[in-house]
Design a protein around this ligand. Structure first.
Ligand SMILES: [Zn+2]
Ligand SMILES: [Zn+2]
Length: 938
């Protein structure tokens, strides 16, 4: 049946044009191995469970036996758990005192693992008493666990709180042989930096009790495994990354509703695909971005199946409530017995919940990271059977980029997980906890914490510690661990309450921009509106509300450079990194529907200032001169810088794991400290979290993917898929798409050590012969002859045209056309100039000539439609517009000119629809907005 579906996707008219790419991942044979000298109990367990070990499990076991720290990065379903459990349980069986600590980022994962370990314990006839010790562990059994358990599962939050009581755990620490950090890729950003210091505190305590545990990390594939594991633990690791488990053939389909001019939403396309799968008897799991969407897609599908396949209606369900065990078991059972054929769920399900494997997985919307994408995709493929994964794109920069660049998904990982050890606030907090745990000497400080001496000095000055003969000791009254949250940097955070229950906490800058009074806040895909914002108490109350509009806070931003820490030279380009001060003044917010402003409100918030770390680079005067020469439109230069800033930020998460709201930016024509046009990109967290610093390292790739993304976007003047930012403090003004591409390409050239060239693609960008000396300083009078050909004349004419000299331009084009009457660019420009001079009849003739040569030339169609309109030829203008829309339904101008024709022909309804379509594509098309308002007011 999979064959059926593949064929449909490849051949059926409805689906075919939206399939951007199908990657076939070939089946893989298993490689088995054997671990020598396992205790008989474990040997028997493997035999009884019919487990034959894979080579990578053997490799991991041997490395652990050899005393190495091991990082396992094979995929989720490859038997990672057994790869480390084997060696650990072996030690626990040989040494009756030995203990192990397993750290999980989420409770559900620890629960699943506990069951595995208990089963292992009883099957082997061993006794190491695995137990979970976390916030849910009943008080009355806690002392028993501390005294008896030899394998404890916990989470970082709990560990953070109990480390101060290490005396009660001396038996456990003294005998600690292994620390397992499972799903380690979760520890990145603010959380990761906090956990990195937590692990350092743990190592110091263990060493104090005389134990030197080995660390075992399991993680998704990363671009920087060595650096990541080193930063998280402070030790070096051996990596096991070859997956030797078997797998069936997998077809990975990239499906883009917006490939041609899309008429269905991503959600509707998802529903259609889901239906296609289940009616072909393929058991399917469909991941959606929100719970609401999961429910709606299940509901829509059932509704349609009611007509066509009523037998399937009750075999489809949405996976609803969090991690309720009962619900999970029901769905798990339904899938295993085959009574369920389709389940829709949110991304939350990717985390550890065991629902087995299916025939097909639909990923509706890029989940934000490759890690999540592959984890979700990993649900497809039962045993060695063939399976299918379909990713359906949304209309944003990242989704669209991946649709056009499948190699990014299928080749080596480009994602860097960043753990920053430089944030002073985080470091100081954990140093204070360390001092409370046991006196801290300078030796300890150097050995474990690898931090700046400033931070040590700062806590010395804080008044809560005292210098003694055995090191710094804590004299405060409160437990510092209670004041430090592993998810936050400063203690200056706001609590967001829903129905009096804490929903989330956020720092001040995110509270101001995302959760101000009147804001629409999105939490796990659900929408909430902010009811009250209490600045003094730092509390925010929200209520759940299904709204279709969103809000955007407007702000004035200022960035000043405090200290340049480093500067990286790449060819002729250089990028600086350092400490910056960000000042933000949130003065207004807008409510918006599909990019259209509904209303504007003032905000009354005090200015916000914070210190962070960021990168910046200047744009050389040469680029500015060229750009201003070529693009004479007002604000073109500022718009180009601004577009480049937005686009770089939107692609940032592809290389450095984070959300685009974790970073901020500023672009300016002139920055007083650099004296030049400058673009800043900084971490939106007090003290920084290492994101911009990592971006400096991967700058070449970042600029390249950004250029590719903007260039491959099919819009003309910029759109939400390329250079618009959903959270722009300047309301996405000004923006200039071609200039953005020019700046990015100039940077790429400078990085390669080449000189900045002129834009090259004549039908798209604009070339100019006047500035040719930049490239060919040798071209003088003697070289002029070779420029006298139609192409060079056209280029020259173009530059005259762009500089407003229509007369000279026309001469050039006419000269060019004399040499080659079919020179399409010259014909087009000639027509454009004639149209500007109101010689529409002649212009129309030019455009028709172009179209005779190249019937799908969209620009010619557009200008033809405009000229026809200008001459009152509305019906022909309408026909031309429709033709244009067939080619370029993604141009707002196409819909705009159609709307004008329809309006002139008296088709009011049609005109309104077309204006709306134009505005949906480009909300900044003010002309269309005015005309639409004009009709609506009639
Ligand atoms: Zn675009
Ligand atoms: Zn902006």
């Amino acid at each position: 049946m999979l064959k059926n579906v593949l064929e449909t996707l490849e051949k059926n008219r409805i689906f075919r044009r939206k399939v951007e790419h199908i990657e076939t991942l070939n089946e893989r044979q298993a490689h088995y191995g054997e671990v020598k000298d396992l205790p008989s109990s474990l040997q028997k367990y493997l035999q009884d469970s019919h487990i034959q070990l894979y080579q990578h499990q053997v490799e991991a076991t041997e490395l652990i036996r050899n005393g190495e720290n091991v990082l396992i990065t094979t995929p989720t379903a490859s038997g990672k758990t057994l790869a480390f459990n084997l060696a650990i349980v072996e030690t626990l069986s040989r040494d009756e005192e030995a203990t192990a600590l397993y750290i999980y980022p989420a409770k559900a994962l620890a629960n699943d693992q506990l069951n595995v370990l208990k089963h292992l314990e009883s099957s082997c006839g061993l006794d190491f008493k695995p137990n979970i010790y976390d916030g849910d562990t009943p008080r009355n059994i806690r002392p028993w666990i501390k005294e008896n358990s030899r394998l404890i599962l916990t989470n970082p939050y709990m560990l953070h709180l109990i480390m101060g009581w290490h005396h009660q755990w001396s038996r456990f620490y003294k005998n600690l042989k292994y620390v397992v950090i499972d799903e380690a890729h979760h520890y990145r950003g603010v959380f990761g930096s906090n956990v990195a210091f937590l692990i350092r505190r743990l190592r110091r305590i263990c060493n104090h009790y005389g134990s030197y545990p080995q660390f075992i990390l399991s993680s998704a594939t990363l671009a920087n495994p060595d650096e990541f594991s080193r930063n998280l633990v402070g030790m070096s690791f051996q990596e096991v990354n070859q997956d030797t488990s078997p797998s069936g053939k997998k077809h990975f389909v990239l499906y883009n509703p917006f490939a041609k001019w899309g008429d269905l939403s991503t959600h509707q396309e998802t529903k259609n695909l889901f239906q296609l799968m289940v009616t072909n008897d393929l058991q399917t799991l469909c991941f959606t971005v929100s719970r609401k969407m999961a429910e709606i897609i299940a509901m829509w599908t059932k509704k349609e199946l009611n007509q066509t396949r009523p037998d399937l209606v009750n075999r489809i369900t949405a996976y609803r409530s969090g991690y309720l065990a009962e619900e999970r078991r029901k769905i798990e059972k339904g899938l295993k017995t085959g009574s369920l054929v389709g389940v829709t769920c949110t991304n939350a399900l990717e985390l550890g919940v065991d629902i087995g494997s299916l025939d097909c997985v639909i990923i509706s919307g890029y989940p934000g990271t490759m890690i999540s994408t592959w984890q979700q995709a990993g649900r497809a493929g039962r045993a060695e059977n063939e399976s299918m994964v379909i990713m359906v794109a949304f209309e944003n920069a990242l989704d669209q980029y991946l649709m056009k660049h499948p190699e990014f998904l299928f080749h080596k990982s480009h994602e860097n997980a960043v753990i920053d050890l430089q944030n002073k606030k985080i470091t100081q907090g954990h140093l204070m906890c360390a001092v409370k745990e046991m006196p801290l000497t300078v030796d300890d400080f150097e050995k474990y914490f690898e931090a700046d001496y400033d931070t040590l000095e700062a806590i010395r000055q804080g008044g809560l510690v005292k210098e003694t003969l055995i090191g710094l000791t804590y004299i405060g009254r409160n437990d510092p661990a209670m004041n430090i949250s592993l998810d936050q940097i400063s203690s200056d955070h706001f609590k967001v309450f829903h129905n009096k229950r804490l929903m989330e906490t956020m720092d001040r800058q995110h509270a101001y921009s995302e959760a101000h009074e009147g804001a629409v806040l999105i939490n796990q895909g659900e929408t909430y509106t902010v009811d009250s914002f209490d600045l003094a108490k730092r509390t925010i109350n929200v209520k759940k509300m299904d709204v279709d509009y969103h809000t955007q806070a407007l702000k004035n931003v200022d960035v000043s450079i405090e200290k340049e820490i480093s500067s990286r030279k790449i060819g002729n380009f250089s990028v600086s990194f350092g400490e910056v001060k960000v000042s933000q003044d949130f003065y207004k917010y807008k409510t918006m529907l599909y990019g259209k402003t509904l209303s504007t409100y003032n905000l009354d918030l005090p200015p916000l200032k914070y210190h962070t770390r960021g990168l910046w680079f200047t744009v050389p005067g040469l680029v500015q001169d060229t750009l201003e020469n070529v693009f004479t439109k007002k604000d073109a230069y500022a718009g180009s810088l601004h577009g480049a800033e937005h686009a770089l930020i939107s692609m940032f998460p592809l290389l450095v794991l984070c959300d685009r709201f974790d970073i901020g930016g500023l672009s300016t024509n002139y920055h007083p400290e650099t004296g030049k046009a400058t673009i800043f990109i900084y971490d939106a967290y007090e003290g920084g979290i290492g994101l911009a610093e990592k971006a400096v390292e991967v700058m070449e790739k970042l600029v390249e993917v950004t250029r590719d993304m903007v260039k491959s976007c099919q819009c003309r003047k910029g759109c939400p898929t390329c250079i618009y930012s959903p959270k722009c403090g300047n309301d996405n003004k000004p923006l200039h798409k071609k200039g953005t591409i020019f700046i990015l390409e100039s940077i790429m050239k400078m990085m390669k050590g080449e000189s900045v060239d002129l834009p090259t693609d004549i039908t798209y960008d604009h070339r100019e012969t006047i500035t040719a000396p930049f490239k060919h300083p040798m071209v003088g009078a003697e070289g002029y002859q070779e420029f006298e050909n139609p192409e060079n004349l056209t280029r020259k004419g173009e530059s005259f045209y762009l500089n407003g000299n229509n007369k000279e331009a026309l001469t050039c084009f006419q000269k060019a056309l004399k040499m080659d009457e079919n020179n399409i660019s010259a014909l087009k420009y000639q027509g454009m100039i004639l149209a500007e001079q109101d010689s529409h009849a002649k212009a129309i003739a030019s455009f028709k000539k172009v179209l005779k040569k190249r019937e799908d030339d969209a620009e010619a169609l557009y200008y033809l439609a405009v000229s026809l309109h200008e001459t009152g030829n509305y019906s022909n203008s309408k026909d031309a517009s429709w033709k244009l829309i067939e080619k370029r339904g993604d141009w707002d101008d196409a819909w705009h000119v159609l709307a004008m024709a329809l309006q002139a022909l008296g088709d009011k309804e049609g005109a309104i629809t077309a204006y709306r379509k134009a505005l949906a594509i480009n909300p900044l098309n003010e002309d269309a907005a005015d005309k639409l308002n004009g009709i609506l007011e009639d």
